[in-house]
Design a protein around this ligand. Structure first.
Ligand code: ZN
Ligand code: ZN
Length: 275
């Protein structure tokens, strides 16, 4: 059962609209329930029950090292059909769940419904993937700086949080690693949808920059950085983040993501992500 030290009983966006005392009373009146099946969960636990958590689909090996998708054939070379159009050849990605069914629902409940307590088990479950990437890069996992993929300031104001930051915070507790918001994001200049591979990267690159002053002091001691996000799809955002960090002198070792969206979802399992 995924535990949360601070499970919220109602989404924070709704709470923000209520006077504080009324919101407290609302919390006390409603028993916490699972966001997937509505069964009652214990107070203080994350709002997803153990059976639902264990039914989450999981990306099975063999996985593509570059994009995190399941490979249909166990080929050792980097890249697969799912990331043939990804803009960055050197990308390294580990993802837990295919973006479908209850896993997609958890991503949406966290991001759009404001169930921020879900970030605790979701972020903690990224521990093994993060350790895999650190091992491959030859860096102790607790020396890696965790960098959440940023959302635009407007989106953050509207949502009240960046879901990637919440996942990174939960992961940092599991790894005993630090979180640093090294990147800022501006509103995309144009839609990515109809752009070709390199044009997508160029377009996305214009949306990111390193935060002024962020990571200062860390730079000399820790230079390996690991991106954290809730879902990865075309790879353009991740590639732009990696490129921006590398140009600023950091050493990106990859991206961990709770979910990976790609076109075909052939092999998956009913076993839960490790907690
Ligand atoms: Zn449930
Ligand atoms: Zn791939």
């Amino acid at each position: 059962m995924p535990a949360s030290g601070s499970a919220r009983l109602v989404p924070p966006m709704n709470l923000a609209a209520l006077p504080r005392l009324a919101a407290r009373a609302y919390d006390l009146l409603l028993p916490p329930s699972c966001v997937l099946c509505s069964c009652t969960v214990e107070a203080g636990m994350a709002p997803v029950c153990a059976p639902c958590w264990h039914r989450l689909p999981r990306i099975l090996p063999p996985r593509c090292h570059r994009c995190g998708a399941t490979r249909l054939t166990p080929v050792e070379s980097d890249g697969c059909a799912a990331c043939a159009a990804w803009p960055l050849e050197s990308m390294r990605t580990e993802a837990l769940c295919p973006m479908r069914g209850p896993a997609a629902r958890l991503v949406r409940e966290l991001k759009y419904a404001g169930w921020t307590a879900l970030a605790v088990p979701m972020g903690r479950a990224l521990s093994n993937p993060a350790q895999n990437l650190a091992r491959r890069a030859g860096v102790p996992a607790d020396e890696v700086l965790l960098v959440p993929v940023p959302i635009t300031p407007a989106r953050r104001r509207e949502r009240g949080f960046n879901q990637a930051r919440l996942l990174a915070d939960a992961l940092s507790n599991a790894l005993d690693a630090r979180v640093t918001e090294l990147l800022e994001r501006r509103t995309a200049r144009r839609s990515q949808v109809h752009l070709r591979r390199q044009a997508r990267l160029a377009n996305a690159l214009g949306s990111f920059r390193t935060s002024v002053g962020a990571g200062r002091g860390e730079h000399e001691r820790r230079r390996s950085v690991l991106l954290v996000d809730d879902v990865v799809t075309t790879g353009a955002t991740a590639a732009a983040c990696v490129t921006t960090l590398a140009e600023a002198g950091w050493q990106p070792i990859g991206l961990v993501s709770f979910a990976r969206a790609w076109r075909t979802f052939e092999p998956s399992s009913d076993s839960a992500p490790p907690m």
